[in-house]
Write a new protein. Structure first.
Length: 382
C-alpha cells in the first residue's frame, strides 16, 4: 500500500518532465562512500565517556544528511546530464574527474561526494572558481569516424589513406569558473522543485499511519496544478525519490538523538532502533540504490513484530510513528532552507565576481570563447 501511493505521487511530481533519468539496471556505479563507517557511528558512542568521539560522529551525520549538500550534488549531476544531452561528454567527464566521483551520472543515491574534501555545500563552487583554465585535445582517427563528413575526407577503401594514420585534433576549452553560475542556475531551479516535492512527500508521509483515501490524490493534484507552465529539470524523478530517502535518513538520525537524550525512558528503543538501522544502512541508504528504498524501509519497520528485551517491550510501530512524525518536521525545515537558495547564492556570486576581476587583471594572454562547447544559459531547462 505504501509503495502504491508513493509511486502515484512520484508520477504526479514528474508529469511535466520532458525526459527521464533512470540509472541503468545493469550498471554497477563505482562510487565508494568515503566515510561510510561514520554515517551512523554517532550511536556507537552512546555509552562512551568520550564526548569528542560522539561530537565528531554527530558532525559526520549532519554532513551526510545535509539538504544543501544534496541539492548541490543533484545540481551537478543535472548539469552533467545536460552536457551529455548537448553532446559534450568531454566537459561532463572533466567535471566527474574534478569531483573524483566515477560513474556519477549513473549514481542514484545520496552522499556521493567526499565530505572531507567538500565539507560545505559551496565547497565545490569555491574550488572551481580558483582552478585555472584548461584545454583538452581530443584525437579521433579518420577510420574510426566513418560516415561523418567532418572527419572523413576520402573513401574507406582508398589504399593511400589506409597506409597512414590520419588523426584530427579537436580542442575543447575548459573554463572551470564559468561552470559556477551555470550550476547555480540549475541549483536554484531544482530548489524550486524541492519546495513543491517536499510538500508532496509530507502529504504522503502524514497518510501512512492512517487509512488511505482520495485526499492524498486530490491534494497532490492541486499542488502539481500550481506548476503549470514550469519546465522541470531532467532528473526530477530521481530527485523526488531521493528526497524521500534522505528525509527518512535524517528523521532516523533525529529520533535516535532524541532517544539518547531521554536516557533510561528510551534506552531500549534507542538500542533497538540503532541496531535495526545500522544493519540496513548499506542496503537502503548508502551507495547507489534502486527506486523506492524509503518505502521499503518503512514497510519493513511497520511489519516487524514486537519483541521483548529483558523486561521491556519493543514496539516497532511506536518507533515508526516517532520517525514519521519527525519526518514531517524535517520536511518543513528543509522547505524553509531550500526556499532561501537564491539568498545563499548572493555571497557566492560576489566571490565569483571578485575572482573573475583578479583573473582579468592578471591575464596576459587573451583568450576567446571560440572553442567553448557550452553556453551561458545552460542552467535553464527550456
Amino acid at each position: 500500500m505504501i509503495r502504491k501511493y508513493s509511486l502515484m505521487l512520484l508520477s504526479l511530481a514528474c508529469s511535466c518532465v520532458c525526459r527521464g533519468f533512470v540509472p541503468s539496471a545493469h550498471l554497477t556505479p563505482r562510487i565508494q562512500q568515503n566515510s561510510a563507517s561514520g554515517f551512523f557511528s554517532t550511536y556507537r558512542y552512546a555509552s562512551s565517556s568520550s564526548s569528542g568521539d560522539y561530537d565528531n560522529a554527530l558532525l559526520n551525520n549532519l554532513k551526510r544528511t545535509c539538504i544543501k549538500q544534496f541539492l548541490t550534488q543533484r545540481s551537478l549531476q543535472s548539469f552533467m546530464y545536460l552536457l551529455n544531452d548537448l553532446r559534450d561528454p568531454h566537459t561532463s567527464d572533466w567535471i566527474e574527474r574534478f569531483l573524483d566521483a566515477p560513474n556519477l551520472l549513473d549514481f542514484h543515491g545520496t552522499g556521493a561526494f567526499n565530505m572531507t574534501r567538500f565539507e560545505n555545500w559551496d565547497s565545490h563552487f569555491l574550488e572551481l572558481m580558483n582552478m585555472p583554465d584548461e584545454r583538452l585535445i581530443i584525437q579521433a582517427r579518420r577510420s574510426q569516424t566513418q560516415g561523418r563528413r567532418l572527419f572523413n575526407s576520402g573513401s574507406k577503401n582508398n589504399p593511400y589513406l589506409q597506409e597512414q594514420e590520419h588523426y584530427i585534433e579537436v580542442p575543447i576549452d575548459i573554463h572551470p569558473s564559468s561552470f559556477v553560475p551555470r550550476v547555480m542556475s540549475v541549483r536554484e531551479q531544482i530548489a524550486r522543485e524541492f519546495v513543491i516535492d517536499l510538500d508532496l512527500i509530507r502529504i504522503f508521509n502524514d497518510q501512512i499511519l492512517r487509512s488511505y483515501d482520495d485526499t492524498v490524490r486530490n491534494e497532490a493534484k492541486n499542488n502539481i496544478a500550481r506548476e503549470k507552465g514550469f519546465v522541470s529539470s531532467p532528473i526530477r524523478k530521481g530527485n523526488f525519490d531521493l528526497l524521500q530517502l534522505l528525509s527518512l535518513h535524517e528523521s532516523i538520525h533525529r529520533v535516535l538523538r532524541d532517544y539518547k537524550e531521554l536516557g533510561q525512558d528510551k534506552e531500549v528503543s534507542f538500542a533497538w532502533l540503532r541496531n535495526y538501522f545500522a544493519e540496513r544502512t548499506e542496503g537502503y541508504f548508502d551507495g547507489s540504490q534502486r527506486y523506492g528504498r524509503a518505502d521499503d524501509f518503512v514497510s519493513g519497520l511497520l511489519n516487524t513484530a514486537p519483541s521483548v528485551s529483558g523486561t521491556n517491550l519493543v514496539d516497532p510501530l511506536a518507533i515508526a510513528t516517532d520517525i514519521l512524525m519527525m519526518r514531517s518536521e524535517v520536511l518543513m525545515d528543509w522547505k524553509d532552507i531550500v526556499e532561501n537558495t537564491p539568498s545563499d547564492h548572493t555571497e557566492l556570486r560576489k566571490s565569483l565576481l571578485t575572482q573573475q576581476s583578479k583573473n582579468w587583471g592578471n591575464n596576459d594572454i587573451s583568450k576567446t570563447e571560440e572553442g567553448s562547447t557550452t553556453n551561458d544559459d545552460m542552467g535553464v531547462f527550456e
